[in-house]
Design a protein around this ligand. Structure first.
Ligand SMILES: Cc1ncc(COP(=O)(O)O)c(C=O)c1O
Length: 491
């Protein structure tokens, strides 16, 4: 191999030698396992000192391009760029990746065909309407936070979250009847992170978690990812059937009870006041912590609010979680949990090892936005708009869907949970609906035992204008009639 050296160059000679070898190895012109000349011989060939060659070799060793084998010499290694490219050849994944392939099914979600249809109406979404996001007000809050706090806004915040925001959250919660202290609030990356932190802290593979049946589908995915058994307790119009819970507590000794007492996802129902008390008593008797997910507690359109489970907690039994995704903007990724005792300290430590802290600037801007009263005004507007949309959806369902569809009128939240006519299943209806230009969230994703969800679908009313809702339900009605016809024809 020719190694040209420029003795007048500012680049040291050892760097020039190193660069020649690097180029040859990376281009493949020096194939892997090629033996390099001994340093003494190369030094004399090039007319440089042996130390110069040894320095060049040392750089190449440090970069993993060559290695010396005692007694045999120095050899080239395959550079990363020459490793076989990952293509469609599925057999060449490393073994640890092959094991993950088996676990992938844990995260598998229902997929629909790509949208062949013009302007598909995705009634299955879990999102709210982004056109309601208070972008202008939040831009001002961000600018104020940067002006006021300068570089401080870009440092890490405290592990438990920006202290003034924690105090502001305490005030918001107090206005809803939940008394707590900023020292018991932990800011998280959306309430999804609260769920994940609690799971990391309390659950081990093989443990049992009690969930409502149906429950939030991504919570089920999360628990399955932790290799935890989910046991579902049935729900009715008054929420989780707490009397069925005691048997599960006796037989399964769960490590956690996960519940959404307000406008449950997906069913939209609220846990009645007597059941709230019974749930706290039972959990206490059987020494099971409760995780209370209040993801849309403030989106109430009628009826009186029931006390949060956390307010009935004599201390340390309930971890309460909520956030600003559904009530404000999900991309802020700001949620929070309230807990006390050793569980709070452990959750702060787990938060730290996960991501050190939540984004400081966003926390500061959010604090400004909430504390000047903008948040409460925004909530009132959302409740007014979402109530109209709920009513529009209920009316459209009454007019356009088969009379034997069943639902419980939601008093808040985002969703209508519909039981399909007997001849239909969610899985078979979905492709037909997709062809008509509408989709929904199929029931099976929400049940620990997936097949129990086939009679159900979840529809989001909060994300769409009344006109879009009308059109979406009309399309769904057509899809149901087509699918019913096909089902009857098949008999
Ligand atoms: C019941 C429930 N809990 C928690 C979350 C997580 O929301 P985020 O992490 O955006 O706060 C969601 C999101 O859809 C949800 O539906």
């Amino acid at each position: 191999m020719r190694i040209p050296l420029d003795r007048d160059s500012k680049t040291p000679l050892y760097r020039q030698i190193e660069a020649s070898f690097r180029k040859a190895i990376e281009s493949g012109s020096l194939p892997p396992q090629t033996r390099l000349p001994a340093s003494r011989r190369l030094a004399s060939d090039l007319g440089v000192s042996r130390i110069t060659v040894e320095e060049a070799y040392a750089e190449l060793v440090a970069d993993g391009l060559i290695a010396s084998r005692p007694g045999s010499g120095t050899f080239t290694l395959p550079p990363c760029s020459l490793w076989p490219r990952r293509g469609t050849d599925e057999t060449s994944w490393p073994l640890w990746q092959e094991h993950l392939r088996l676990r992938k099914e844990l995260f598998e979600r229902g997929k629909t065909e790509p949208a062949a249809v013009r302007r598909l109406i995705p009634l299955g979404t879990g999102l709210v309407d982004s056109s309601l996001f208070p972008i202008g007000d939040f831009r001002k809050a961000l600018a104020r936070a940067m002006r006021r706090d300068g570089a401080g806004a870009f440092d890490y915040s405290e592990e438990s979250g920006y202290e003034p925001l924690r105090r502001t959250i305490v005030h918001v919660l107090a206005s809803q009847g939940l008394q707590t202290d900023a020292r018991n609030v932990l800011i998280t990356a959306g309430s999804q992170q609260s769920l994940a932190l609690v799971a990391q802290l309390l659950l081990s593979p093989g443990d049992t978690v009690v969930v409502e049946s149906p429950t939030y589908s991504v919570a089920l995915e999360l628990f399955r990812a932790f290799r935890v058994q989910c046991v579902g307790v049935p729900t009715d119009e008054d929420g989780m059937q707490v009397d069925a819970l005691e048997k599960v507590l006796q037989q399964r000794h769960p490590r956690l009870i996960y519940t959404m007492p307000n406008f449950q996802n997906p069913s939209g129902v609220c846990l009645s006041a007597p059941r709230r008390r019974d749930l706290i008593l039972l959990a206490d008797r059987y020494n099971a912590p409760i995780l209370e997910d209040d993801f849309v507690g403030d989106l109430r359109y009628e009826g009186r609010a029931q006390p949060a489970l956390k307010t009935l907690d004599p201390g340390g039994r309930v971890v309460y979680m909520s956030g600003f995704s559904k009530m404000l903007m999900p991309g802020l990724r700001i949620g929070f949990l309230v807990a006390e005792g050793p569980v709070y300290d452990c959750l702060v430590s787990i938060k730290r090892v996960n991501d050190l802290a939540s984004p400081n600037l966003v926390q500061r801007a959010l604090d400004l936005y909430v504390s000047v009263g903008r948040y409460q005004a925004h909530l009132r507007r959302c409740c007014r708009v979402f109530r109209e949309r709920r009513d529009a959806m209920l009316e459209a369902i009454a007019r356009r869907l088969p009379a034997d569809c069943r639902l419980t009128r939601p008093r808040g939240g985002l969703f209508v949970w519909l039981r399909l006519p007997k001849s239909l299943s969610a899985t078979s209806l979905l492709p037909v609906a997709h062809k008509e230009g509408v989709t929904f969230a199929p029931g099976p994703a929400f049940f620990p035992a997936r097949e129990e969800g086939e009679p159900f679908i979840r529809l989001n009313f909060a994300a769409f204008s009344p006109e879009v809702i009308e059109e979406g339900i009309a399309r769904l009605g057509r899809a149901m009639r087509r699918a019913c016809g096909a089902a009857h024809g098949a008999k």
